[in-house]
Design a protein around this ligand. Structure first.
Ligand code: CU
Length: 150
């Protein structure tokens, strides 16, 4: 069966080409995440959603104070594929380092600063915007907002 006779060089070349294709597709599919941070083109209409950082405080009968930081509003809605600039105005709390779960979006919202987070989701679902300093009630939270993509 002469067609099975392959030169060692062509086998090596085949293996190299094959592994390049495999790693390229692995890279491509791992990159095609559910979210893309878009680059804004000039004159392009991008919807804005506004949010602030807020704080709830209460005094207990024993004089002890409890507090919870919040994103307000706590739920926002986006269409799948829609471009939105999420503008977060830092009011309460000095700094809120945040992530959006399921994406590589992260940053810090600071007091008296407006943080603009460009959003565009290719997959439907509910994504959580979480403050890493105040993620739950034991850490003056839960400072979690829900991004509903539909
Ligand atoms: Cu926070």
């Amino acid at each position: 069966m002469p067609f099975l006779v392959l030169k060692k060089r062509s086998i090596i070349a085949f293996v190299i080409i094959f592994s390049v294709i495999v790693s390229a597709s692995v890279w491509f599919f791992s990159k095609s995440d559910s979210v893309t941070v878009f680059n804004q083109k000039e004159g392009e209409k991008v919807r804005e959603i506004h949010m602030v950082t807020g704080e709830f405080k209460a005094k207990l009968p024993d004089g002890k104070e409890i507090e919870a930081y919040r994103w307000d509003p706590g739920t926002i809605f986006l269409e799948k594929g829609e471009k939105v600039n999420l503008k977060i105005w830092g009011v309460n709390g000095m700094e809120h380092p945040y992530i959006i779960e399921g994406t590589d979006i992260k940053g810090v919202v600071k007091k008296a600063e407006e943080t603009v987070v460009p959003l565009q989701f290719d997959k439907e679902g509910v994504y959580r915007l979480v403050c890493l300093t105040h993620p739950d009630k034991d850490n003056s939270g839960p400072m979690i907002a829900y991004i509903v993509v539909d």
